[in-house]
Write a protein that binds this ligand. Structure first.
Ligand code: PLP
Length: 404
């Protein structure tokens, strides 16, 4: 995998560290400072006008552009190898702005049933108010997806691997189907990260992230970002300038700092999650493990084709059902029980209280999410400690004792 930085082909570790960082002058800090200023002053009114009209580089007002935010966008643009990138206050702002900027009354969007819970809400509750039809297909049925796309779509919206059951979509195949009917193909790449998967290379027009997750990686900043075709990014940027879902400079700084270690962290997430998935798949108390890295997983074949690593998130069900899950989670020492994923610390939670809390029990069932599912986002701890922690908690389940 190659990234391009100032005309050189470099690896993602180099791109993460150097993209968006200026070569400073003598005596300047090597770390880009946080530009907190709301606005930028000009004595020369001609210069001000030129910058405002986009005829020369510079900044006018931080709702529109900001140097710290621009540095963060440049890191992600380089890592996804896109023509351009623009950022948003959260991942959901990136998703909702993308959909509302691309879709018009009477349009049709084709997607899958198990997108991120709040994305699912946009499809089911909000787009119909504007006369936009969202057709949500069975995530495992590529033939149905191709049939629905062939009927015509303005946008084909994909997410892979999906949250929380880690289903895998064949991005190249579905991008081809989308382009055959002139659709714009959008991929939520939050779970994979650009280290493991690059949707633009697979044919997508836009790739987006909740930067809140792996990109930032430290659970201390919210953000969203979209990269891809320059004309589309320009359209999203202009929509965001007006509706104001701007990323804050301090958050951009934290996200860009997190991204400097992205390759290191993701490599560790990949190996840790693979080991935990293999351990759980072997355990008697575990009913099913969902992780595309497992050779037995239904998505493994496609994942191997389009991913370089299988990511840090897995999910599983216990033979004891939801009741056993509720007894297991409080016993874990090295896991935060919280609605989040993709951080340095291991995070666990049932989708019914985390990613899919907005959905009713029936909607979750329709999306193929078992009520007894646990999402386990494997952190960068030492994996033998995580496995020992799970082992003790699972053993205590069998003993039926109360948590210590
Ligand atoms: C968390 C998440 C989002 C939403 O991101 P926020 O930053 O919380 O708004 C979107 N898609 C996926 C796959 C996510 O995991």
């Amino acid at each position: 995998m190659q990234n391009h930085l100032d005309g050189r082909a470099v690896g993602p570790g180099t791109a993460s560290v150097w993209a968006g960082e200026s070569n400073q002058g003598d005596g300047e800090p090597t770390v880009r400072p946080i530009s907190r200023g709301v606005t930028y002053g000009y004595t020369d009114l001609e210069a001000w006008t030129d910058v405002a009209l986009g005829n020369r580089p510079g900044h006018i007002y931080s709702r529109n552009t900001n140097p710290t935010v621009a540095a963060f966008e440049e890191k992600l643009r380089t890592l996804e190898d896109g023509e351009a990138a623009t950022s948003f206050s959260t991942g959901m702002a990136a998703i909702s702005n993308t959909l509302f900027a691309l879709l018009e009354q009477g349009d049709r969007v084709v997607s899958v049933l198990d997108t991120y819970g709040a994305t699912n809400k946009i499809f089911n509750d909000w787009l119909p108010r504007f006369g936009i039809v969202a057709t949500l297909c069975d995530t495992t049925d590529h033939e149905q997806l191709e049939r629905e796309i062939a009927k015509g779509a303005r946008v084909v919206y994909l997410e892979s691997p999906t949250n929380p059951t880690l289903k895998v979509l064949d991005i190249e195949r579905l991008a081809r189907a989308g382009h055959a009917v002139g659709a714009t193909v959008v991929v939520d790449n939050t779970f994979a990260t650009p280290i493991n998967q690059r949707p633009l290379e697979l044919g997508a027009d836009l790739v987006l992230h909740s930067a809140t997750k792996f990109l930032g990686g430290h659970s201390d900043a919210l953000g969203g970002v979209v990269a891809g075709r320059a004309d589309l990014i320009q359209r999203l940027f202009h929509f965001r300038e007006i509706n104001g879902a701007t990323l804050d400079a301090e958050a951009a700084y934290l996200l860009a700092r997190g991204m400097k270690t992205l390759e290191l962290r993701v490599e560790r997430h990949n190996t840790n999650a693979s080991a935990v998935a293999a351990y759980l798949a072997d355990h008697d108390a575990v009913e099913e493990v969902f992780y595309p890295g497992l050779p037995t997983d239904s998505g493994h074949h496609i994942a191997r084709k389009q991913m370089r690593g299988f990511g840090g998130v897995l999910s599983f069900t216990l033979r004891g059902g939801a009741e056993a899950v509720w007894r297991l989670l409080p016993r874990l020492r090295f896991a935060n029980r919280a609605a989040h994923l993709g951080a340095v610390d291991t995070l666990v939670g049932p989708p019914s209280t985390t990613s899919h809390v907005e959905l009713s029990r029936d909607e979750r069932a329709a999306a193929g999410i078992p009520e007894g599912l646990v999402r386990y986002s494997v952190g960068i701890e030492n994996v033998q400690d995580l496995i020992a922690d799970l082992d003790a908690a699972l053993a205590a389940l069998g003993a039926g004792s109360a948590p210590a």
